[in-house]
Design a binder for this molecule. Structure first.
Ligand code: PEP
Length: 256
């Protein structure tokens, strides 16, 4: 069985101090949650303090980073290496987020390098893929996702693939308030699972967790999670508020 995952991408929000308050507030609200894997991805500057809180208070929260450079060390001003993240007990690293692809020029080749670096240092990548509005209108969604999946996963073994999480994030739904319908989201995640099956094998496809991301909120999470090929969510804006993020994490209680 695939354990559901709800991951919060805090992007370039919160100072280190604010991030600590947010994780503490969140921890109090979700302390009884056992059947959902909770991940927070704060900015780099907050990783150390949050890592310490998670360890000291034995929180049921995993730590994620929003990006990584692929070299271990060296003259790469401004970059953060996988060794540095591992040292801070980071569990997950987002790679290929659409903002990295569209604002900072990450290509599938670069995403592949980051992904390999994450795996080589015993962390788990959350690989983001998704089409733009224009690509969807031109009915290129499937081709774009296929290219992103195949090129980003180049030279990744089936053993390594067991540690990869994929997030389907249609670019047109990120931070826009537009959400893919549950059917649209499930169509894409089902296609992604089939692509993973064709690249690896049906067993790997069955165990790979595929998240949906794009304006997920407390009022749409339950219907998204009802879909058979959606195993969780990557949440941006709504993860910046402890109450709304906790409601998303506790989606099984919605409507009770
Ligand atoms: C994201 O940043 O991955 C995201 C999905 O953002 P939002 O939830 O704000 O659309």
């Amino acid at each position: 069985m695939r354990k559901p995952m709800i991951a919060g991408n805090w992007k370039m929000h919160k100072t280190a101090g604010q991030a600590v308050f947010l994780v503490q507030d969140l921890a109090g609200l979700v302390e009884r949650v056992k059947d959902v894997e909770i991940v927070v991805c704060p900015p780099y500057i907050a990783l150390k303090s949050i890592s310490t809180i998670i360890e000291m208070d034995k929180l049921n929260i995993c730590l994620g980073a929003q990006n990584v450079y692929w070299e271990e060390k060296g003259a790469f001003t401004g970059e953060i290496s996988p060794v540095m993240l591992k040292d801070l007990r980071v569990d997950y690293v987002i790679v290929g987020h659409s903002e990295r692809r569209h604002i900072f020029g990450d290509t599938n080749e670069i995403v592949n390098k980051r992904l390999k670096a994450v795996l080589a240092h015993d962390m788990k990548p959350i690989l983001c893929v998704g089409e733009t509005q224009e690509e969807r209108e031109e009915e290129k969604t499937f081709d774009i996702i296929k290219e992103q999946i195949f090129e980003s996963l180049a030279d990744i073994s089936s053993e390594e693939m067991e540690n990869v999480v994929i997030a389907y994030e249609p670019v047109w739904a990120i931070g826009t308030g537009l959400t893919a319908t549950p059917e649209q989201a499930n169509d894409a995640t089902r296609n992604i699972r089939a692509l993973v099956g064709s690249l690896y094998n049906p067993e790997i496809a069955m165990i790979t967790r595929i998240l949906y991301g794009g304006s997920v909120k407390p009022d749409n999470i339950a219907e998204l999670m009802d879909e058979p090929d959606i195993d969780g969510a990557l949440v941006g804006g709504a993860s910046l508020d402890a109450q709304s993020f906790a409601k998303i994490i506790k989606y099984q209680e919605i409507g009770e």
